[in-house]
Design a protein around this ligand. Sequence first.
Ligand SMILES: *Cc1c(COP(=O)(O)O)cnc(C)c1O
Length: 377
Amino acid sequence: MTNNAEMMTPVRVIDLRSDTVTRPSQAMRTAISLAEVGDDVYGEDPTVHELERRAAELLGFEAALFIPTGTMANLIAVMVHCRGGDSEAILGHRSHIHLYEQGGIATLAGVHTRVVKNHADGTLDLEEVEAAIRLDDVHFPVTRLICVENTHNMCGGRVISPLFMTRLTQLAQSRGVAVHVDGARLLNAAVALGVPPDRLLVNCSSSTLCLSKSLGAPVGSMLAGSAAFIAQARRRRKVLGGGWRQAGVLAAAGLVALDAMIDRLVEDHQAAQRVARTVSNVAPALVQCDPEHVDTNIVMVTLTDDCGIQTADICTALKEATIKEMEAIGESVSVIVSAISSRCLRLVFHADISTDDVDLVIKKLTYVLQKINANKK
Ligand SMILES: *Cc1c(COP(=O)(O)O)cnc(C)c1O
């Protein structure tokens, strides 16, 4: 910091850890201040009603429910689909529900997890899924649900195709099993494919959608499904402590997210492409990144097996802004990224990253990776 104080320009911090870090836009703050509200637990918040109506329409379901987080929305979906007990849900081994939700579907919903391998593109092997479905045997839990994630976060924001979804839902329907889509970033998938989001949910039983990620809202996720499903989901939300009174102030920001933030997602995808192309060329003996596999706003960077360093080393170098690099880059930049593991970094592009920021990220990555690569030799 003392170094920075000596510099002419302040450090520019570019936060690529997640698209959850976005701050509400001025339009959202205005909408929040003007929102008409009521007690949503009594069903009396008109702004929440409007958001739920709009989300249901967008996702092609009868109804939707506004929920504090995507984690709670997934948990509620599993609780409703698997009610009655002795149930299991089939999940991909890299899915958010399996890896990052504290195992809540086991501890809070009492649902057994049956894990199937994700392909690198986020899909599941349908033969494996079919073999995993278990019905009507006293030894087994009953498979009531298959969950898929679109886009697939840990697989690098990959888009799950409508063709895969058709095959999956045909299989699920033939076995009487529901399909839930963890659609935290479903709109990124829809924008990348150039299709309306409901096209990606045909014959699915439910879907989530995060407003608080690349859509830039401060808080909130949607869960959509049939009217009967959502009526049950509303009960579960209450028992989990998610009845949230004058939530219209948050729903107002969510409405701005749906109105103003979808069309701009393409900019995040372009930024991710540009950065992926840079990283793929800069130091192939050190880091690898395949731009062909960057479908949306997430870039995964993998360290080569024998590079001799760990992701933490790169994170540190990207974060610190040194005088030397200020001379090389022309600006003082701190880039914050996530180390998913000792081998893999994740960079996520979002509404608070400008085109100028992307230029700086490219300069900084090039500088840092070249320097580490040179020192290594
Ligand atoms: C972020 C995320 C969630 C959970 O959202 P929170 O609002 O952070 O609880 C669920 N699924 C996926 C794929 C996510 O990326």
